[in-house]
Design a protein around this ligand. Structure first.
Ligand code: ATP
Ligand code: MG
Length: 527
């Protein structure tokens, strides 16, 4: 007998359920409304993309790419190729018998040309490993063809050997493209901008998205393996400081409309990748870090080599006083970046956006530049960042597009919802406006019609699928949080006067169908 297994959602993933989903919907609806007033349109990119897209845009050195991505080999849809492969495997060349040699070589030739055809038509995308395996396979094939036709033992042994190796290689050759469940969506938006020639639209192009992201992280409060982001990107056009400031203004307006409490906006400028700007600063930072290396933890010690800026991210208690004494980027910005940063701050002030400067807010990648920002909110413990963002003027070009300015942010929706719930802004259970307590065949027909009409008018209606005793029906009605019970029995149907019971105080009144609808409308307007 098959054992019963209880399925559970995979670690780090979870079901979002009512009534919480009502709050999720409200937040997403608010994003749609606020972002559209700023001229943003929604983009819905796919949830998986070529691994290479993320590796290139997020950077192979980052935690996200080096250990958090869900990647898999997606087998290509090439049945001809698999048939050709099977033919090679099945011909059983009698291991070395010269007589079977022709058929084997023919099938092998066919398989090799199918692979080459796939590559030429771009249907096949061989990984580096597969390319090298295929190269070896072809070399063995050439060797096999080069063997003399004779049947002496030496040649037969060689042929047997080669054949064996070829069959194994043919079998193991993996086709397909490495794809990854998106860990974030900025790369996809930039890919789409290039793919759809959006640089030909009026610039800048303003897009927002929302949806699930995937990262293999250690699950904890506010940190999941499938989590949700709401983000926006501005691509193309100038890098005027007003663009940065308006994007941040929009973000803070959104949080305010959601009712998020205790938000704090931190901003910084990380200059640009040039010797007289960030590169010069990083060199100084590195030199200073070398001097205090022995006092740092192993992570920070490693980062001195790989990415000195990221040492500034450290949350280790004992490193804090050391980091506080390190050189600060603001003192090393070039004139243009300094001016840009000052103008962004001024533009924020003009908009009444309150910010705090945090010189340790950095991003490790070259294409990030100038403005970076982060928003924290209350009630989240140590995972208190609800949004991160910044300018990334080099990214579109890095992905093969034209030089394009870019800036964007990503909000952690799970954390936003958590914070709203912690501060009592959670959603109330759904409830019903009207519970229809019907009794008898004739009343049932009327109940069906009443339910349809009330629902058409936008009321939340519960219609029990089977007849219930009166007391039982009222009990259900109140358990579901209904405001009214509409009582329909033979008398009500015969008189055309329906009974409406207000559950809060138990009062009852008789109303015609038309009067009932009007009454419910006035009650809804008053509440
Ligand atoms: P953190 O430092 O918290 O790991 P991050 O720098 O990895 O954040 P970003 O890549 O900038 O985060 O993503 C933007 C936002 O997405 C974060 O501020 C956070 O609110 C949210 N976020 C990131 N990873 C997760 C996760 N695993 N679970 C839930 N929310 C997340
Ligand atoms: Mg992270």
């Amino acid at each position: 007998m098959a054992s019963k297994s209880k399925f559970q959602a995979i670690r780090g993933t979870r079901d979002l359920l009512p009534p919480d989903t009502a709050l999720w919907n409200r937040v997403e609806q608010t994003a749609h409304e606020v972002f559209s007033t700023y001229g943003f349109g929604e983009i819905r990119p796919p949830t998986f993309e070529p691994t290479e897209l993320f590796a290139r845009s997020i950077g192979v050195e980052t935690d996200v790419v080096s250990k958090e991505m869900y990647s898999f080999l997606d087998a290509p849809d090439v049945s001809d190729l698999e048939e050709a492969r099977d033919a090679v495997k099945q011909v059983n060349p009698g291991i070395g018998a010269a007589g079977k040699k022709d058929a084997f070589e023919l099938y092998l030739h066919n398989f090799i040309s199918e692979v080459e055809k796939g590559i030429a038509t771009k249907q096949l995308n061989l990984s580096l490993k597969a390319q090298s395996d295929f190269g070896i396979l072809k070399a063995r094939y050439v060797e096999l063809l080069g063997l003399p036709g004779s049947d002496d033992e030496d040649t037969n042994n060689k042929r047997r050997h080669l054949t064996f190796e070829i069959i194994i290689k043919t079998d193991l050759l993996k086709f397909g493209e490495s794809v990854t469940l998106r860990p974030e969506a900025t790369a996809s938006v930039c890919r789409a901008y290039i793919e759809h020639n959006m640089q030909q639209l009026p610039q800048p192009v303003k897009l927002f998205y929302m949806g699930p992201m995937f990262r293999r992280e250690r699950p904890q409060k506010g940190r999941y393996r499938q989590f949700y982001q709401i983000g926006a990107e501005i691509l193309g056009g100038p890098d005027a400081p007003a663009i940065d400031a308006e994007l941040i203004e929009m973000l803070m307006t959104f949080f305010e409309k959601c009712g998020l409490q205790g938000t704090e906006l931190s901003i910084n400028s990380i200059g640009h990748a040039a010797d007289n700007c960030r590169r010069g600063y990083v060199a100084k930072l590195k030199a200073e870090l070398e001097k205090v290396k022995d006092k740092l933890g192993t992570d920070s010690q490693r980062r001195i080599e790989t990415n000195p800026l990221r040492v500034l991210d450290s949350k280790l208690e004992h490193e804090q006083p050391i980091i506080e004494k390190l050189p600060r980027i603001a003192d090393h910005l070039c004139d243009e970046c300094k001016t840009h940063y000052a103008a962004v701050k001024h533009e924020l002030e003009l908009r009444g956006v309150i910010y705090r400067e945090n010189w340790r807010l950095v991003r490790g990648l070259d294409y990030y530049m100038r403005t970076t920002f982060e928003i924290t909110a209350q009630g989240l413990g140590s995972q208190n960042a609800v949004c991160g963002g910044g300018r990334y003027d080099g990214l579109v070009e890095l992905l093969g597009g034209p030089p394009t300015k870019g800036i964007g942010f990503a909000i952690g929706e799970d954390r936003l919802i958590l914070s709203l719930q912690e501060s009592g802004k959670g959603a109330a259970p759904q409830g019903r406006d009207v519970y229809i307590a019907w009794m008898g065949e004739r009343a049932y027909a009327t109940a069906l019609r009443a339910a349809k009409n009330l629902r058409d008018a936008g009321f939340r209606v519960e219609l029990p699928p089977v007849e219930l005793k009166f007391g039982k029906a009222l009990e259900r009605a109140s358990k579901l949080g209904s405001r009214f019970a509409l009582i329909l029995g033979d008398n009500e149907v015969a008189d055309g006067q329906w009974t409406l019971k207000t559950l809060a105080d138990g009062s009852q009144q008789k109303l015609s169908e038309q009067a009932l609808l009007e009454y419910l409308h006035t009650q809804r307007a008053a509440s």
